[in-house]
Ligand binder design. Structure first.
Ligand SMILES: Nc1ncnc2c1ncn2[C@@H]1O[C@H](COP(=O)(O)OP(=O)(O)OP(=O)(O)O)[C@@H](O)[C@H]1O
Length: 175
């Protein structure tokens, strides 16, 4: 569960988030819509502390991630994020992009990470792109790799920054 209480975020004097309160339950799919520049990405980035929060609280599975004593890296392991520009590592192949976090963060054996990576690529219909580099992919293909990469960590929570409806359906229906 995600609980956001009185969340405020300002960049200098520019107040972007002015006291957001929301609760998202397990299995719930929530879409945040609003004009360009209204703060949607900032809101998502606050949920896993990619931005420093000006005021308020964010609780993930009852852990207050705004509490300085919380282990934010532990919490982040459970929160998958598909970035607006996908943020794939350009010097790594598609499969290497997907294997990286399970290997480095979860410490799972290479063969297992490879098998899991291929399984996820199959699910998103990109098995044949395992050895390709991100630059050679279309926008939609990059997005599917970014989804597979986030899912490889088996997160409890997935955040999509500017998703297509197709990616929401894939996540909410299949996984
Ligand atoms: N690092 C930053 N420093 C200063 N201002 C920022 C920073 N990041 C975002 N902003 C400002 O905060 C506001 C909200 O930006 P944000 O990216 O959250 O909007 P958005 O709703 O996701 O927009 P879009 O739909 O165009 O992606 C914008 O005015 C933006 O210029």
């Amino acid at each position: 569960m995600i609980k956001v209480a009185n969340l405020k975020k300002a960049f200098g004097s520019h107040k972007v988030l002015n006291g957001i309160n929301v609760e998202v339950q397990a299995q719930e799919v929530v879409v945040v819509i609003g004009p360009s520049g209204s703060g949607k990405s900032t809101f998502l980035r606050c949920i896993n502390l990619l931005e420093t929060i000006t005021d308020g609280h964010v609780l993930i599975e009852d852990i207050d991630i705004t509490d300085k004593d919380s282990d934010i890296n532990k919490v982040r392991e459970e929160v998958g994020m598909v970035f607006q520009h996908f943020n794939l590592f350009p010097h790594k192949t598609v499969l290497e992009n997907i294997m990286l976090a399970p290997l480095k963060v979860r410490g799972i054996p290479e063969q297992q990470a490879r098998e899991k990576g291929m399984e996820l690529l199959k699910k998103v219909g990109l098995e044949d792109k395992a050895k390709a580099y991100p630059d050679s992919l279309s926008g939609g293909q990059k997005q599917r790799v970014a989804i597979a990469r986030a899912l490889a960590m088996e997160p409890k929570i997935m955040l999509f920054d500017e998703p297509t409806s197709a990616s929401i359906r894939k996540w909410s229906g299949k996984y």
